[in-house]
Design a protein around this ligand. Structure first.
Ligand code: C2E
Ligand code: CA
Ligand code: CA
Ligand code: CA
Length: 276
């Protein structure tokens, strides 16, 4: 049995060693990708269905590897978020975004530009200073920046986060709650963080029109909660005309989804939304 324990210990350490190797190499790979500006923004419009016009855009990260291959976020964001690398990846992507927007000039009307952030971004004033400098650079023109934070990620010190957020609010940057309705954070975030908008997750939109569906009732409850709390609502993952009609009846005019457009690379986005 000494032999058995020895073999097991050996197997475990080999397992750990190879895990550490691959973890380390993913990390190194991402760090070099940050340096080479391989994390690029894609852009998805937010549409006001009442006015039938674009009002905003969400910036969604893609990894364009040196081979040209485009990697979607679900393949690298979870690792990057748990590792903390996401913080620097965001700045690297925002540098690219700033150039995209500067290049587009007045091609599109003034929009809110939503950026996905993580709680770590609120723990120092680095992001605040970055965005303040970006605004002062004039590259954004008349566009406004908006932050999206998901209620899935815990914020350990709400008061501290709020103090940081107040600095953003003072420079006309607002906060939207992403994936609203999916987790526990929601109510306390709305109460404490000065949120302007709930973004309702696709999972709820998918239940529209499905009979006797519990989640459709949840959707209605989220919408009425938002209205009573004076919050705006954006419906995400809208794919059909009938979802749009349902949402209109509920008083939700702001929608985002494949029905209007998938996320697009900069040149396609700015060409598609000229003079809209
Ligand atoms: P999210 O923030 O909830 O973004 C919305 C996701 O839904 C996007 O997926 C978008 O492409 C997708 N989507 C929008 N409309 C539709 C639709 O009608 N049908 C379907 N099937 N999907 C739709 P994407 O771009 O793959 O991003 C996935 C997630 O990765 C994002 O979810 C967000 O949590 C994360 N992510 C993306 N970019 C960033 C980033 O820059 N920073 C951070 N921290 N997370 C990011
Ligand atoms: Ca988002
Ligand atoms: Ca979302
Ligand atoms: Ca989502």
């Amino acid at each position: 049995s000494a032999l058995v324990s020895f073999v097991m210990a050996l197997a475990l350490s080999i397992g750990y060693w190879s895990w550490k190797q691959s973890y380390g190499s993913t990390r190194a790979h991402i760090k070099s990708a940050i340096k080479h500006k391989e994390f690029i923004p894609f852009y998805q419009p937010v549409i006001d269905t009442q006015k039938n016009e674009i009002v905003g855009v969400e910036v969604l990260m893609r990894w364009r590897q040196s081979s040209g291959e485009l990697i979607p976020p679900n393949q690298f964001i979870p690792f990057a978020e748990s590792d903390g690398l996401i913080v620097d990846m965001t700045y690297s992507m925002l540098d690219v975004m700033a150039d995209d927007i500067e290049q587009a000039g007045e091609q599109v009307k003034p929009l809110f530009i939503s950026i996905n952030i993580v709680p770590e971004h609120l723990e120092s004033d680095q992001l605040y200073l970055y965005i303040k400098a970006l605004k002062e650079s004039g590259k954004l023109g008349k566009h406004r920046i908006s932050l999206e934070i998901t209620e899935r990620q815990p914020i350990t010190d709400l008061a501290k986060a709020r103090a940081m957020l107040d600095k953003f609010y003072a420079i006309d940057v607002d906060l939207k709650l992403d994936d609203a309705g999916m987790g526990y954070g929601g109510f306390s975030y709305v109460q404490n963080l000065g949120i302007s908008t709930l973004k309702i997750d696709k999972a709820f939109i998918d239940t529209i029109g499905v009979k006797d569906n519990f989640n459709e009732k949840t959707l209605d409850a989220i919408i009425s909660f938002a209205k009573k709390s004076g919050l705006s609502v954006i419906a995400e993952g809208v794919e059909t005309e009938s979802q749009i009609s349902y949402l209109k009846v509920q008083g939700v005019d702001l929608v985002q989804g494949y029905f209007f457009s998938k996320p697009l690379e900069a040149k396609d986005f700015f060409n598609a939304y000229q003079n809209v």
